[in-house]
Design a protein around this ligand. Structure first.
Ligand code: PLP
Ligand code: COI
Length: 339
């Protein structure tokens, strides 16, 4: 194995030794297969290629001071992948199969789980695709579920330093009654133009608005949004947002810390009143937001001193990571040890 600089890992693809796969055929899931190939062979008329029958998940395994490897709330990822499967009529991956394959992929690649103390983790990418052949617009009868993993650092290069985000009005990420609430590839394809333009203009990400009225904040490209004011954790509620497991956990942690928690529509103008703002997700962890600029009008919102994370975001970040790496008690039973 090549020498890895654990503290300098970007968030990106990293080849490890094994991945695991399972095929759904004739109405049932087959045996789990272990592969050391990065390639898959599928029919050119597979529905994932034409009609977007594809869903994925993102999870992390964390190595603690005690050298144990911990998974964070994998059941929630398993359930969300089932909701994604239901949403675009794919075969559901049973929770036990999801768990077994994730565990296997982590254990087989154990040496790639970053050592404690570098802020890095093993990113786990479960992927479900329609492999059955269709030319008419119909769901496939065959599916492939696979899990690959790789060590990663923070999603935004700024790490736990504030980023700048851009609000756009000429692109939507997801339709109100569309697929924004599930983790399917089409949502990300739909976000690419706005996201690449934002990056070219110097922003870490787009902050998308809900598509119907364009009055309220939905979420960032790869992460949910939250704001802090008056000792309250506020996060948008909308049918086109992906229910983030990190956000769900932060709402609980905030409540445990004695903050009020509000999940409700968040009008863009309310940004003016926030003392702190952030993006949260498995990949992003908490990414503090220092500044948000509305692309059309140039109107700019700033949070705190814009160069440092605010005190509440910092407390939330420390508590969340503390639980994930096993430094803090886990009062809600979120962590499972990979044995
Ligand atoms: N929102 C979007 C669009 C995402 O892709 C992700 C990443 O999974 C999140 C939010 C954060 O979700 P989670 O905290 O479950 O990783
Ligand atoms: C995650 O946070 O795990 C994600 O999947 C975000 C992104 C890389 C799409």
């Amino acid at each position: 194995m090549q020498k890895i600089e654990w503290g300098k890992l970007p968030f990106g693809y990293f080849q490890t030794d094994y991945n695991v796969r399972c095929y759904y055929r004739d109405g049932k899931w087959g045996e789990i297969e272990v592969s050391s190939s990065t390639q898959i062979s599928i029919h050119m008329a597979a529905t994932c290629l034409h009609y977007g029958q594809e869903a994925f998940e993102g999870m992390k395994a964390y190595r603690g001071k005690d050298n144990k490897i911990r998974l964070f709330r994998w059941e929630e990822n398993a359930k969300r992948m089932q909701r994604s499967a239901d949403g675009i009529l794919m075969a559901r991956v049973p929770e036990e199969l999801f768990h077994e394959m994730v565990m296997k992929a982590v254990k087989l690649n154990e040496k790639y789980v970053p050592p404690y103390g570098h802020g890095a983790a093993l990113y786990i990418r479960p992927l479900l695709i329609g492999t059955g052949v269709q030319v008419g617009v119909n769901p496939a009868k065959e599916y492939l579920f696979m899990v690959f993993v790789g060590p990663v650092g923070p999603y935004f290069k700024e790490g736990f330093n504030p980023v700048t985000m851009q609000i756009v009005r000429d692109f939507d990420r997801a339709a109100p009654l569309g697929t924004g609430h599930i983790k399917v590839g089409g949502n990300y394809a739909g976000s690419l133009q706005a996201s690449e333009r934002a990056k070219a203009e110097g922003y870490a990400s787009v902050l998308f608005l809900e598509a119907k009225e364009k009055k309220y904040i939905d979420e960032a490209g790869p992460a949910n949004f939250f704001g802090i004011k008056d000792n309250t954790y506020i996060t948008p509620k909308s049918p086109s947002i992906l229910p983030s497991i990190t956000n769900m956990s932060l709402m609980q942690i905030a409540e445990d810390m004695g903050l009020k928690v509000e999940r409700r529509p968040v009008p863009v103008e309310e940004l003016e009143t926030f003392e702190e703002a952030g993006a949260c997700g498995t990949a992003a962890i908490i990414s503090p937001i220092g500044k948000i600029v509305e692309r059309e009008s140039g109107k700019t919102y700033t949070f705190g001193d814009t160069a440092n994370a605010g005190p509440i975001s910092t407390q939330l970040f420390k508590k969340l990571q503390g639980i994930q790496y096993g430094d803090e008690p886990d009062p809600h039973g979120w962590v499972s040890i990979v044995e």
